[in-house]
Ligand binder design. Structure first.
Ligand code: WT7
Length: 650
């Protein structure tokens, strides 16, 4: 057992310093309230005005908001282009030679790409895609390391109206295959590999494996990153640099409908099948850009770094689309925070003079563990604002982030949102809203949130309940790709007329929101969503496994860790060997990041009379350790089961 963390005492209320408030984009509580009130009173006028002034349109929209619950459309009739707004428009201003992307590879290679240069690269790659016959409405899969070409691929697709789906490089060939098939993608954009902890992550090998089963894929474009040998299938596979030799630079930005599908991002739900969350063009981009200004208080002079991978929604909205739409300099780092040593991130902050730094509580906890001497070796005084996302930030992590990284002078914006919400929904405007450590504070303008009970009735302030959202927002998901029924059922049926977030929360007397975690069978491991069902289905595909139940177990660093209860088929007893093999199996079926922390073998799983596995009981076992995790005691669960079977539980 590790030592319990030292209790830390935190201030309960941290108002913005006078200095910060004086320079903030939104300064003082009255300014926040005025924005909130005007948005809630007339959302169409509020967002419509912003859309007109903040985005560039080829054709103005007719109507700002068309809300036919549960389907929403923003800025209908309007035509625009995301890549135009993120890149080309800045080349017509003084930003043209500003760094759009500052990149550092794990081996230490560095590139600084200006807006003009980014525009050239995006157009050239868009031209390569056109050479391959891609056009608006087609779908692409992007399976890339964290290098500028990942962003270039996204933007090139956006420029010609190809809907992309980025698959995180940590996903296996199996997971990649399922996403390609669901999207019926025509092209896969990848690299030979990327660098992670000094080793090559061989992406193209996984693509080759997946493409054996993906008849819709006509082409695969491979960027040479590591230079290692890889198989190239004649007629199907093309080197990025070879296509580039004949690429043009005069590819016009497609004039796309405001509701044109920009991307699909798969996320885990409560079944074994991931959901393809669809985001569209105008509304998504507007909210991504506005939250850069409101929540990150973005200024022309900032150097902004969000450490997320582009494979997650945070990487879409806050590495690529939001920052670039807002004309920011966005930092991209390819590798691991501990390579070559635990100060890599702080070295980068110091080197590039990062002023806004956005990361996850998991990363913070992992770095705390390595000791203060790592950040203390570097000058972090360029940082003026810190951000956190992915899970509630615990007091010890908040305190350390504030004191050691922020030198007690930087606000910490705790940003609550989801893959489905597309952009930040609950977070402080740091020059306006006093912080309460651990709370995401208040909603963005116009968003009406509520805490309700099982019947959908509001609970009193201070009480725990389900977080629901009662008004549509611009970056809201539009549907689940190919499955509008699941969209309705998942998000809009639990509390009729409201969006069900799947999170438990409480609101305090000041109207601040405190997120308590998921209420469904979804785990949060290192700020990444994992479905218990998805891992269970992976486990039962293994020939030795009869049945499995997966729960999240509290973990000091990653928040939760994957813990699997497994029953084996008759006659199979080699637990030691199988324990390792099954962990490896899950990594193979889903991806290394989903590798279970623990496999516990049991003769039977606790079930209700109707045959449902009582995960709740298993969660108690792994959380409170009231039952030891060995086989003998687990057998006793049959007794527990028959006792609790009287009330049919979840
Ligand atoms: C779930 C969404 C949004 C990008 C990262 C994860 C949890 C997210 C916070 C926060 C407390 C948070 C919620 C949410 N979550 N941010 N600031 N405080 N919890 O995206 O994979 O779609 O997961 O992450 O449980 O529902 P995601």
């Amino acid at each position: 057992m590790t030592q319990p963390a030292k209790p830390v005492s935190l201030p309960t209320l941290v108002p913005p310093s006078a200095e910060f408030a004086a320079q903030a984009n939104v300064s003082g509580m009255d300014a926040y309230k005025a924005l909130y009130d005007s948005a809630v009173t007339d959302p169409s006028a509020f967002w419509g005005n912003l859309a007109e002034t903040e985005l560039d349109w080829f054709k103005p929209f007719d109507k700002a908001l068309d809300w036919q619950p549960p389907f929403v459309q923003w800025f209908t009739g309007g035509k625009l282009n995301v890549a135009y707004n993120c890149v080309e428009r800045h080349t017509k201003t003084a930003r043209k030679n500003k760094a759009a992307i500052i990149f550092e590879g794990e081996p230490g290679d560095q590139r600084i790409i200006t807006y003009q240069e980014l525009h050239r690269l995006v157009c050239r790659f868009a031209s390569s895609l056109q050479q391959l016959g891609l056009k608006a409405g087609d779908r692409s899969i992007i399976y890339m390391p964290m290098i500028p070409e990942a962003a270039i691929a996204m933007l090139a697709c956006a420029r010609i109206g190809v809907t992309h789906s980025v698959v995180f490089g940590g996903f296996s060939a199996e997971a990649l295959k399922a996403r390609i098939q669901d999207l019926e993608a025509k092209v896969v954009l990848t690299a030979d590999g990327g660098w992670r902890r000094g080793k090559e992550v061989r992406l193209k090998d996984a693509v080759d494996e997946a493409l054996k089963f993906c008849p819709t894929v006509e082409h695969c474009v491979v960027y040479k990153r590591t230079g290692s040998d890889c198989h190239m299938e004649a007629g199907r596979d093309h080197w990025w640099n070879v296509l580039d030799e004949t690429a043009r630079e005069d590819v016009p930005a497609a004039e796309l409908d405001s509701e044109h599908p920009l991307y699909v991002l798969y996320t885990s739900g409560t079944t074994g099948k991931p959901k393809g969350i669809l985001h569209t063009t105008g509304g998504y981009l507007l909210q991504a850009q506005m939250t850069m200004k409101w929540i990150f208080d973005l200024k022309e002079s900032d150097t902004y770094w969000c450490t997320a991978d582009v494979g997650w929604v945070t990487g879409h909205s806050y590495v690529v689309y939001g920052p670039l739409a807002a004309g920011a300099t966005t930092v991209i780092y390819e590798g691991a925070p501990d390579t070559p040593a635990f100060d890599r991130w702080w070295r980068l902050v110091d080197k590039y003079k990062v002023s806004i730094f956005y990361t996850s509580p998991t990363a913070i906890r992992a770095l705390i563990r390595q000791g203060d001497h790592w950040p203390e070796r570097h000058n972090l005084s360029s940082i003026r604002l810190l951000g956190s996302v992915g899970e509630p930030i615990n007091p010890a992590a908040w305190e350390w982030f504030h004191r050691i990284i922020g030198n007690e002078k930087c606000p910490i914006v705790d940003t609550w949102w989801q893959t489905e919400t597309g952009a930040i929904l609950i977070a402080p405007m740091p020059g306006a809203v006093p912080l309460k450590p651990g709370s995401g504070t208040l909603p963005i303008p116009g968003l009406v949130a509520e805490i309700v009970d099982h019947a959908g009735n509001p609970v009193p302030d201070g009480h725990e309940g389900f977080l629901i959202l009662k008004t549509p927002w611009p970056a809201m998901l539009r549907t689940i790709w190919g499955d509008p029924e699941r969209y309705k059922e998942q998000y809009w049926s639990k509390v009729p007329g409201a969006y069900f977030t799947g999170d438990a929360a409480r609101r305090d007397k000041d109207g601040y929101y405190w997120i308590l975690g998921r209420v469904d069978d979804v785990m949060n491991v290192s700020g990444h969503r994992l479905s218990t069902m998805e891992i269970e289905s992976a486990l039962v595909r293994h020939p030795a496994v009869a049945e499995s139940a997966v729960v999240g177990k509290p973990h000091e660093i990653t928040g939760q860790a994957v813990c699997c209860f497994v029953t084996l088929k008759k006659g199979i007893t080699d637990h030691d060997k199988l324990g390792l093999e099954l962990r490896q199996w899950v990594a193979h079926e889903i991806g290394p990041f989903a590798r279970p922390e623990e496999i516990r073998f049991t003769e039977a799983l606790p079930k209700t009379r109707s045959g449902k596995i009582m995960r709740r009981l298993l969660r108690e076992i792994v959380t409170s350790h009231t039952v030891a995790g060995d086989v003998t005691t687990l057998e006793d669960m049959n007794v527990l089961t028959s006792l609790s079977a009287q009330h049919d539980e979840d």
